[in-house]
Write a protein of this length. Structure first.
Length: 152
């Protein structure tokens, strides 16, 4: 398996992976247009030419990046693909010079195993709430904030 930057040819699979989880109310929907517009932020796990996982890494501010839209093919869960993608994103954030990476997640235990720590959401700057404006759960958010130092 190879973890790499996403390419245009990956968009359909990225969209399908993310929206499968969105249909289960586990993450926000992402349109193809939105994925194309933000393609440079996407990372994929490629297994023999087939994308089996993805996530997006967005720089929020000079010292903070966010991992979002982490999605693994349901037939490939439990194989360590998510861990490899998160590791790649954290290393990429470090190479970019970002000090910390955070995630808003429904599965904090997974991220704690990757070196993240739970923090209070109100410790994050207001800039991180951009996606919350379009979330149907904005008034009763059930996600947990986790954060860790970036690095190579």
């Amino acid at each position: 398996m190879n973890v790499r930057e996403a390419k245009v040819s990956d968009v359909e699979t990225i969209c399908s992976l993310i929206n499968e989880y969105a249909e289960q109310d586990m993450m926000l929907f992402r349109s193809r247009a939105e994925i194309y517009e933000n393609l440079q932020s996407f990372i994929v796990a490629d297994d023999k030419g087939k994308v089996v996982g993805c996530e997006s890494l967005g720089v929020i501010w000079k010292d903070l990046a966010e991992i979002k839209s982490l999605a693994i093919a349901t037939t490939r869960k439990g194989e360590g693909i998510g861990s490899e993608i998160v590791k790649f994103a954290v290393e990429k954030a470090g190479r970019l010079g970002v000090e910390k990476v955070f995630v808003l997640t429904l599965i904090p235990g997974f991220f704690e195993k990757q070196g993240f720590s739970v923090i209070e959401k109100d410790k994050l700057p207001m800039k991180v709430w951009k996606d919350c404006a379009r979330c149907p759960k904005q008034d009763h958010c059930d996600e947990t904030a986790v954060i860790r130092e970036a690095g190579e």
